[in-house]
Design a protein around this ligand. Structure first.
Ligand code: F3S
Ligand code: F3S
Length: 113
């Protein structure tokens, strides 16, 4: 899977969303998250991010490795403001902005822009 790391937090440019052929990039409150089971590893999202937040999992810089788990947690955990985990909705457009964030992103102080 591809992973969205910390540079997206409080930036949320959303250019990646337009590129994804399977609509598997979901919007939280402060970041976007790639669904690890729905992503088909096409790589189209990675070059369009203006802050270089997107990496193939094997290419994640060490400092962003925790985002592999955090992207997955966005879908499997019951996050603040939710009654149940998001699961695998099969498309982000119909879900819209959830307003909830995975634990690591939620724990971060405001990121300088
Ligand atoms: Fe975030 Fe970059 Fe997409 S800032 S929303 S990962 S284009
Ligand atoms: Fe979509 Fe990027 Fe995966 S464009 S299919 S999230 S590699």
């Amino acid at each position: 899977t591809y992973v969205i790391a910390q540079p997206c937090v409080d930036v949320m440019d959303r250019a990646c969303v337009e590129e994804c052929p399977v609509d598997c990039i979901y919007e939280g409150g402060r970041s976007l998250y790639i669904h690890p089971d729905e992503c088909v590893d096409c790589g189209a999202c990675e070059p369009v991010c203006p802050v270089d937040a997107i990496f193939y999992e094997d290419d994640l810089p060490d400092e962003w490795l925790p985002y592999l788990t955090d992207n997955a947690d966005f879908f499997t955990e019951t996050l603040g403001g939710q009654d149940a985990p998001l699961g695998s909705p099969g498309g982000a457009a119909k879900v819209g902005a959830t307003g909830s964030d995975a634990p690591l992103v939620a724990s971060l102080p405001p990121q300088a822009s």
